[in-house]
Design a protein around this ligand. Structure first.
Ligand SMILES: [Zn+2]
Length: 226
């Protein structure tokens, strides 16, 4: 199974990180030129940013909100991704920490994204935050980027389990092996193997989720938003 963010990225449109236009275009090309502002969009970098924002959104906001609202929940849900508009808004929200955008600039980008609602898939259009909602969204995503320091411990633990669950879903061979082992009788060898699989899932998860996109410190995101 492919990674969740990769699957979602394949379905999304292209976002100009300079003017916040949502574009159609060939995502297999190395780059495209934004017809609205003339900026060259590097698609490899675009995917890196998308992937990082996608996981900040998924764990830092979507799952966090889920657990904040259900503090006694024992259920481990597998939440469907929030969609391209939400991920684009997440890119804007974290652009202050990954691309040096000012809060004013990223707010303008969010407004422009929302004004293009009709360009996104209908099912993805339900995430259109008000100013107040955006502020909390921004705080949650920034907190995730900064290592989740403001989240209560039970939420951090619950989300870490969700991350492991995603890693297992994306590593079917390891997940099958783990299930098989868990069904066996207790033994030292079982314990060692189970620990090794958990470690490998954590390693894969970290490589996938916490890898920050490589953006030039001089890049000015949203500088051409009108
Ligand atoms: Zn543009």
């Amino acid at each position: 199974m492919a990674l969740i963010a990769d699957n979602e990225y394949r379905k999304t449109r292209i976002l100009c990180l300079s003017c916040a236009a949502i574009l159609h275009g060939d995502k297999t090309a190395p780059s495209i030129i934004c017809p609205d502002c003339g900026t060259t969009i590097n698609l490899k970098q675009q995917f890196e940013i998308y992937r990082y924002a996608f996981y900040c959104l998924r764990y830092g906001y979507q799952y966090r909100q889920y657990y904040e609202e259900r503090t006694d929940s024992k259920i481990k849900p597998f939440l469907a991704p929030l969609g391209e508009m939400a991920t684009f808004i997440a890119i804007a929200a974290i652009s202050g920490v990954i691309g040096n955008a000012t809060y004013d600039a990223l707010k303008k980008a969010v407004q422009k994204l929302i004004s293009q609602e009709s360009k996104c898939e209908a099912k993805n259009d339900r995430f259109l935050p008000t100013n107040e909602e955006f502020e909390q969204f921004f705080n949650y995503l920034t907190d995730f980027h900064n290592g989740f320091s403001s989240a209560p411990e039970f939420i951090r633990e619950a989300i870490f389990e969700e991350m492991l669950g995603d890693a297992a879903a994306e590593s079917p061979q390891l997940a099958d092996r783990l299930l098989e082992l868990l069904g066996k009788e207790q033994s030292k060898s079982k314990e060692i193997q189970v620990t090794a699989i958990y470690r490998e899932l954590v390693r894969r998860q970290k490589a996938r989720v916490l890898k920050k996109p490589n953006i030039s410190p001089h890049a000015k995101m949203w500088e051409k938003v009108k």
